[in-house]
Ligand binder design. Structure first.
Ligand code: UN1
Length: 498
């Protein structure tokens, strides 16, 4: 215990303990006897301090020329390149996903960082003619003020970067509350911000629970924008809380993503995609491929091959480079997954094809490990077809035709990501048009979004916003339309030009 580091909040450019002095432990989900760090169990008073600092810092930060703001973000991102391996290892220790994936997570923050650096010299508004003589019209982006960011544990650095970088390049200041399971990754990121000279108060980190930190942050009167990634249930609460004060509110929530495998697909490629889409990040992605909708002509071949591959995956500690799949994030999550496995086993007609249990014995007893699990003969009325599991479980559903398959893809409350495997370009384009999601892939699984395209979903997945890409700027800025009349006369729009 003695050599476990205690990490502090970062408020107004100082590392400080929370006011109550309470702390919580961050444990390695692959090896729960390892404490990764001790973090501040903050409360409303700490949130108030951080928001006050961010509000004060905003006065100056919004006036720093955007290219200058971007220069700091460039230095931060260059540093992150150098710190990638350390940050990836820390992330595997606190989150569990395998090193290859945590390196990808940090890389996603690097990619997004460089992309947003470019926005320092863009943030394009537009000019447009006026309807009146000697008058000039344009619209520009304006920052919002203090942004409250509430980030999840499954992409502990990538998702914070999706929110922090656009917010900062636009001239906002930030209070971020990382997930309690993965505060170290955000700490590592923010530490670089500090070391690379971001002015005090521009970024503040307050760790603690949703109730103690998230709630006071999202209801704080000086917070202008809340950006949240997490469950649909929590997102709904945040949406209601923000509505009272008309705060900008960006929500990125659940998914029940499907891969649709047509009878003309390259089956080996589809199996590869399904395996990666379903069991990458132990299935703990909003974009995970948790429904596999397969044309009946190829369902047997696909199922046999997928089950063989799933059985061959090596589950274990993500720091071991030979491991394919790490643990679930925590006790409660593994219990949710095991509960859904039970639900699947008890569904009338569903067949457990592989996995279906917690892994025990030896090192497994120290962590939250489950087997990669595949259910067959799943129909659209079943809970395992409809509900987000967020774990190493996927399901196979038979379809009779292209139209039937599209109907099944859309038969869900969520709308984040979907994909089709087919060699028929007509089918690929029709599916792209008719499947109702924010992200769509052809001949690739439902995961693998790149940072310069909008990320987000429809229906219960989102509330109409997107992050990353140019669309990500909309969350953290407001349009201002500017009219400059140089006629020297009192001109009246809509009236003088009749
Ligand atoms: C998430 O699932 O929460 O496309 C984010 C992907 C990653 C991001 C996923 N680039 O799967």
């Amino acid at each position: 215990m003695a050599d476990v580091t205690e990490y502090e909040n970062y408020i107004n450019g100082e590392w400080v303990k929370c006011r109550s002095g309470e702390t919580f432990e961050n444990r390695n989900p692959a090896q729960t006897d390892e404490i990764v760090g001790i973090f501040q169990q903050s409360r409303a008073a700490d949130v108030n301090d951080a928001v006050a600092a961010a509000k004060e810092a905003y006065k100056k930060w919004r006036l720093v020329p955007a290219p200058k703001r971007a220069e700091i973000l460039l230095r931060i991102t260059d540093r992150l390149v150098k710190e990638k391996e350390r940050c990836s290892r820390d992330m595997t220790r606190e989150m569990g996903k395998i090193l290859k994936e945590t390196r990808g997570d940090v890389q996603e923050a690097i990619d997004l960082g460089y992309y947003m650096v470019g926005e320092g010299r863009r943030q394009l508004g537009y000019t447009t003619p006026s309807e009146l003589p000697n008058k000039f019209n344009m619209c520009i982006r304006q920052p919002l003020g203090v942004c409250g960011l509430i980030t999840p544990w499954n992409f502990p650095m990538a998702i914070p970067s999706w929110k922090m970088m656009p917010a900062l390049v636009l001239g906002n200041t930030i209070v971020i509350k990382p997930a309690t399971d993965t505060p170290l990754s955000v700490y590592n990121y923010v530490k670089i911000f500090e070391e690379e000279g971001l002015p005090r108060g521009v970024v503040n980190i307050v760790t603690g629970s949703g109730r103690n930190v998230g709630e006071p942050l999202m209801t704080h009167k000086d917070v202008s924008c809340v950006s949240f990634t997490g469950s649909t249930e929590v997102g709904r609460r945040i949406s209601e809380a923000c509505a009272a004060d008309f705060k900008h509110c960006h929500l990125e929530m659940g998914g029940k993503n499907c891969i649709f495998i047509m009878n003309d697909a390259d089956i080996d490629l589809a199996v590869e995609g399904a395996l990666w889409g379903a069991f990458g990040t132990t299935g703990q992605r909003c974009t995970a491929s948790s429904r596999l909708i397969v044309h009946r002509d190829v369902i047997k071949e696909f199922t046999d091959k997928l089950v063989a591959r799933a059985n061959g995956l090596k589950v274990g500690n993500g720091l071991d480079e030979t491991v394919d799949m790490g643990p679930a994030i925590n006790e409660s999550q593994i219990n949710t997954v095991l509960n859904y496995i039970d639900i699947g086993k008890n569904e009338d007609g569903a067949k457990l094809l592989c996995g279906g249990e917690r892994l025990t014995g030896g090192e497994y007893d120290k962590g939250f490990f489950t087997m990669p699990t595949v259910f067959g003969d799943v129909t659209s009325d079943m809970r395992i077809f409809q509900e987000e599991i967020f774990g190493s479980v996927t399901s196979i559903t038979e379809c009779a035709s292209f139209e039937d398959g599209i109907g099944l893809c859309n038969n869900t409350a969520y709308g984040l990501s979907a994909s089709i495997y087919t060699r028929d370009v007509n089918k690929a384009f029709a599916a792209m048009r008719d499947v109702y999601t924010g992200i769509f892939y052809v001949n690739a699984p439902t995961i693998g979004a790149e940072v310069h395209l909008p990320f987000g979903g429809v229906k219960d997945t989102g509330n109409g916003h997107r992050e990353a890409g140019i669309a990500g700027l909309d969350v953290f800025s407001e349009w201002k339309s500017v009219y400059i009349d140089f006629s020297g006369k009192m001109q009246k729009a809509q009236i003088d030009n009749n």
